[in-house]
Write a protein that binds this ligand. Structure first.
Ligand SMILES: [Zn+2]
Length: 710
């Protein structure tokens, strides 16, 4: 599960991508951000852009958008779609483009200078966006168009644009009385500052800890994990040592394989304490303030809670619908996790160990049980999982489903030498867009995996194709060796490519409705759907080939892995659901209850109320829960599970035909889902693809939770 790239800036709430022809560019010959790209396909001139270019580019773009908005409000004739919505849609183009490039610097190339600009401009951009959305003269015109939308001769997509834009103004507070409007603006601006600081604290607190080990401390760790730790040490100038950071894959590998219980405990505790260490990067006070201000803003806007405000603009529509799904899965998941714990405790007793099962033991003993029951060592799989081949597999699946080809381009600039660029086209040669693939972890790159848009598809001013980035945090292989990845990392690669395809396959007119501009509980569907293809026999037989012998992965090995994939699902489901439910609980607060909460105590009480197992902490504890406190997933972490209902049910549509690439089904999936962006109602789009509403049964079955579901 991976967040969508929440750009660390809030400007993505502003529509607009295409240039407004009426605005003549300010002469700024030295700033590459303010000039048309000279590269083929309009590719970003990453070789020319440096952090120092952003402040003046942001300033210029904000000034120009303000000027366009002012011109819209000065038109004397009655507001129409053409004289109000269309120029407004275009007005944010330049700022959006610059912000998208900046988000690459903030997420992939962060350093002190970038962080300084980010801190300064996150709040300036947030204020800019709020000023526009709360401009009474502009809102009056947008409302005028909205009220006439049924009378005007407009097609469905134009009508959708009016409704989405109008909602955006109202949700920002445009329809409020002046003093309430000002208060909402202030709260939103403060939220943006706090979110930026939260994310930066998390990066710094994660970086502040390193477990530096000698070879003698590595007992139990597979060679690939040792190589990764040696490479990390080398990059940090500690050649000869082995360094483990608090990046999740690193931590999970160590907890799964290390026989050193003392070191597992040390790493585990450091991992779950991020953001609550009482140092300069402590996030507790930020959470207290965020929860209170979100509740206050929701109340002013007329919602019972922040969760109600957020879900009103989602596929779930209400917090109750989201919580109902979470609880429906929580009950069987907790029962399953309790049974898993009992088996691990038996294993402990049989091993003659003189301690109980703790959080830092779970993965280790689960792995031993997995090996005993399924005779499966994931390290056995790894030699077959060559990164280049698995990427080729993901491209192959995209080709079979959506008729796409991926051709590497070497003539376009990249922002880091490790980044590869692919031109994506339909098999008939039609150009589709560009994919930037950034695979490896490095200092200054944030953790996790995400897709980000550099340029949104649209046809408003002629065809504009999408440029997107996909980002992973794989360990770099030792020099001269090909990179191999775990099955989980392969799933992540397919997941992010799913987001990328959603951006690339978009076929809409207005940029603010294009690609991944859909609610979060819908957007993960397109990504998680792709994950289903990793373990398919047809895919692995072709692409999972041994790095040295070239032999395909033996069918028996694959079957054992598939059988084992339902193993430990109680644990995995509970750690996710605990985070999702606590997110809902924070954001259900209102009035005095939302003021002055102490996050760790709140979290502990919530876990107690859920009856969560002590050994399974939240997947993201509050003080490093970036999704909800640094990015755009507040009251929305449930989205992954909501989307999983869709992807499980949607993949079943293919299985029912007996062909995982069934052409007619794939055509419907592209026509009604991947290409539609935000131009149709999400549930209607899904039903048009599937022929029926989604049901939760496929999800429960996939997670091995079906029998105890209720
Ligand atoms: Zn995702």
């Amino acid at each position: 599960m991976h967040p969508l790239p929440t750009t660390l800036l809030t400007l993505l709430t502003m529509p607009g991508f295409a240039q407004d022809a009426a605005v003549s560019p300010v002469a700024a010959p030295t700033n590459p951000l303010l000039r048309e790209s000279a590269y083929p396909l309009g590719a970003v001139p990453f070789d020319k852009v440096a952090p120092e270019h952003f402040p003046s580019a942001f300033d210029a773009a904000m000034a120009r958008q303000k000027a366009v908005v002012q011109r819209i409000t000065m038109v004397r004739s009655a507001p129409t779609f053409e004289n109000t919505l269309v120029p407004f849609e275009r007005s944010g183009a330049e700022l959006e483009r610059i912000g998208s490039i900046f988000s690459v610097f903030a997420s992939n190339l962060s350093d002190d200078e970038v962080r300084r600009i980010q801190s300064e401009y996150a709040s300036k951009l947030s204020k800019h966006s709020t000023d526009i959305l709360l401009d009474p003269a502009l809102f009056a015109r947008v409302r005028g168009v909205y009220e006439q939308r049924d009378a005007a001769q407009l097609d469905a997509e134009a009508k959708r644009l009016i409704e989405v834009t109008y909602d955006q103004f109202v949700r920002a507070g445009a329809a409020l009385a002046p003093e309430q409007r000002a208060r909402v603006a202030k709260l939103t601006q403060r939220e943006s500052e706090l979110q930026t600081t939260f994310g930066q604290n998390d990066l710094k607190d994660t970086d502040a800890f390193r477990l530096v080990l000698e070879e003698a401390d590595l007992a139990g760790l597979p060679q690939g994990v040792r190589d990764g730790a040696a490479e990390t040490a080398r990059q940090l100038g500690m050649a000869g040592k082995f360094v483990f950071t608090l990046q999740r894959p690193n931590v999970e590998d160590f907890l799964t394989y290390s026989t050193r219980r003392d070191l597992r405990e040390q790493l585990f505790k450091a991992f779950i304490s991020r953001g609550a260490n009482g140092n300069d990067f402590d996030n507790r006070a930020l959470i207290t303030e965020l929860v209170a201000l979100r509740a206050e803003r929701a109340a002013i806007l007329g919602y019972p809670s922040h969760a109600a405000y957020i879900t009103a603009d989602s596929m779930a529509r209400t917090p109750e619908a989201a919580i109902e799904l979470l609880e429906r899965v929580w009950r069987p998941a907790l029962a399953q996790a309790t049974a898993e714990r009992a088996r691990l405790e038996t294993l402990l007793a049989e091993s003659g160990v003189d301690h109980g099962l703790e959080g830092w033991d779970w993965r280790y003993y689960a792995e031993r049980l997995r090996q005993a029951e399924y005779d499966l060592d994931p390290a056995e799989l790894q030699p077959y999982m060559q990164l280049d081949n698995i990427r080729a597999a993901a491209f192959y699946v995209s080709g079979r489903l959506f008729d796409l080809t991926f051709t590497e381009r070497f003539d376009l600039p990249v922002y880091h030498p490790g980044v590869r660029v692919y031109e994506v086209a339909k098999k008939d040669g039609t150009h589709v867009g560009l994919l930037y693939q950034d695979d490896f972890a490095r200092p200054g790159k944030r953790s996790g995996a995400w897709m980000s848009s550099l340029r949104a598809q649209s046809t408003l001013d002629g065809p504009v194709t999408a440029h997107v980035t996909n980002n992973l945090n794989l360990s770099k292989p030792p020099l001269g060796k090909p990179a191999t990845i775990s099955m989980t990392e392969a799933e992540t690669l397919f997941h992010e490519l799913g987001h990328a395809l959603h951006g690339l396959l978009s076929q809409v007119r207005y940029p603010s409705l294009s690609g991944t501009n859909v609610p979060r509980d819908y957007v993960e569907f397109m990504a998680q759907f792709m994950e289903h293809y990793v373990l398919q026999a047809e895919v692995l037989t072709q692409f999972a080939r041994h790095g040295e012998t070239g032999e395909p992965m033996p069918a028996a090995l694959r079957d054992r892995f598939i059988a084992a994939s339902k193993f430990n699902q109680g644990f995995a489901t509970c750690e996710f659901l605990a985070s999702a439910l606590v997110d809902q609980m924070y954001h259900a607060l209102s009035g005095d209850a939302a003021v002055g909460i102490e996050p760790l105590a709140f979290e502990a009480a919530a876990m107690e109320r859920l009856g969560a197992l002590r050994q399974i902490p939240m997947r993201h504890r509050s003080t490093h829960f970036n999704h909800i406190f640094a990015g755009g997933y507040s009251a929305g972490y449930y989205s992954y599970l909501w989307s999983e209902v869709l992807d499980a049910d949607g993949f079943e549509a293919f299985q029912e035909t007996g062909d995982i690439f069934h052409p007619a089904t794939a055509k419907r999936l592209e026509a009604h889902v991947y290409s539609r962006g935000n131009t149709v109602d999400w549930m209607e789009g899904y039903k048009a693809f599937r022929g029926k509403a989604p049901s939760v049964e496929a999800l429960l079955k996939n997670r091995g939770l079906a029998s105890s579901g209720s």
